[in-house]
Design a protein around this ligand. Structure first.
Ligand code: SF4
Length: 340
């Protein structure tokens, strides 16, 4: 469908791409990105949940620790600056209890030896902000950190999950290592269990978690300044899992992305940029309004429009959503289907 556009995209970040990755990931919807980024509706992003805020606070603490050890003196890596950024420059209150949990998680991460291991992996930098035109496509993102893999600078990201959940969370298959506190213990006094490698270690990152794979592909391209069709890209994820019984586990992933998947994602990124991206302009020239853009038809469903059980902000503006999910009977049928 063709729609009028108020502003083309200035760049594509991994999160923008994933929001629009219709047909690639279940929550992807091109129309959502259109409403949020290309119209003048003034839709802003959802406020950070406690779970998201905890992840940002942990990031701030671990990055400061590493920056100190590496002797990185850039102001952007200072704790006060990172905490101010976490609170969106005063727009969102940082709850002290969340900061306390973030400190506890960092203590355990350190106790398991995961922090020290990053130095063995030649961690290079933390809290990067990279904007790069790669073969004409303007990419932008914030890699958490970089390590060296076979002499190449490769991205690493921390993910914190499980906070506030009533379920016991198992790590995704394919980890290189998994440490967890034993049942019934708290803090560092109770020791830890080293579960070793998962039997599927060596699987491609997209088969472990497709969102991680896409995010780390973007970072690889930005850090390298180019996309190479035959290149094997790799990435690292340290996933900190908070269990409902208070235990903390750390699953670490070091994996490659298959070249087929990397090429498919690059083609999709390039296609979106060609349709929606701002054409190159001389410095200072306002973005060119392209008039109309084409989009895939929106296909509302509960997975797409209400992932994690929360409605996205676009639902308030999306006539397709209202038509499909605004009807109580229709909603009941869909919810019944989701439970099966
Ligand atoms: S409400 Fe659903 S279909 Fe509509 S724009 Fe948002 S994600 Fe897409």
């Amino acid at each position: 469908m063709k729609l009028p556009i108020a502003q083309p995209l200035k760049y594509i970040s991994p999160s923008t791409f994933m929001s629009a990755a219709q047909g690639i990931i279940p929550s992807g919807c091109e129309y959502e990105v259109y409403l949020k980024k290309m119209t003048s509706t003034g839709l802003h992003t959802e406020a950070a949940t406690d779970q998201m805020m905890l992840g940002t606070l942990f990031d701030a603490l671990v990055k400061t620790e590493i920056a100190h050890e590496l002797g990185l003196e850039d102001a952007s890596k200072r704790l006060d600056v990172l905490l101010d950024k976490a609170g969106n420059k005063g727009k969102q209150v940082i709850k002290p209890e969340l900061l306390a949990v973030a400190h506890e998680v960092l203590d355990i991460y350190n106790y398991f030896g995961c922090l020290r291991r990053l130095f063995d992996e030649k961690i290079q930098d933390v809290e990067l902000s990279v904007a790069e035109r790669v073969h004409g496509v303007k990419l932008f993102g914030y890699p958490d950190a970089t390590i060296l893999v076979n002499g190449r600078v490769s991205p690493l990201d921390w993910k914190v999950s499980g906070y506030g959940s009533s379920r016991v969370k198992s790590p995704s298959a394919g980890y290189k290592s998994y440490h967890i506190q034993p049942a019934g213990t708290k803090g560092i006094a109770g020791g830890f269990q080293d579960k070793g490698r998962h039997k599927k270690y060596g699987a491609f990152l997209e088969d472990i978690n497709i969102r991680w794979a896409i995010q780390l592909l973007f970072y690889n391209w930005m850090l390298d300044g180019r996309y190479i069709k035959s290149q094997v890209y790799s990435g690292a994820i340290d996933n900190l899992l908070l269990q409902s019984d208070g235990r903390i586990g750390v699953a670490s992933y070091r994996a490659n992305v298959s070249t087929d998947f990397a090429n498919k994602i690059w083609e999709s990124v390039r296609n979106k940029w060609e349709r929606w991206g701002e054409p190159p302009t001389a410095e200072g020239v306002p973005p060119v309004n392209r008039g109309m853009i084409d989009l895939m038809e929106p296909k509302p469903d509960l997975w797409r429009c209400e992932p994690y059980g929360r409605a996205k902000v676009c639902t308030a503006y999306c006539e397709y959503y209202k038509r499909t999910l605004g009807d109580d009977m229709q909603r009941e049928i869909l919810q019944g289907q989701m439970k099966r």
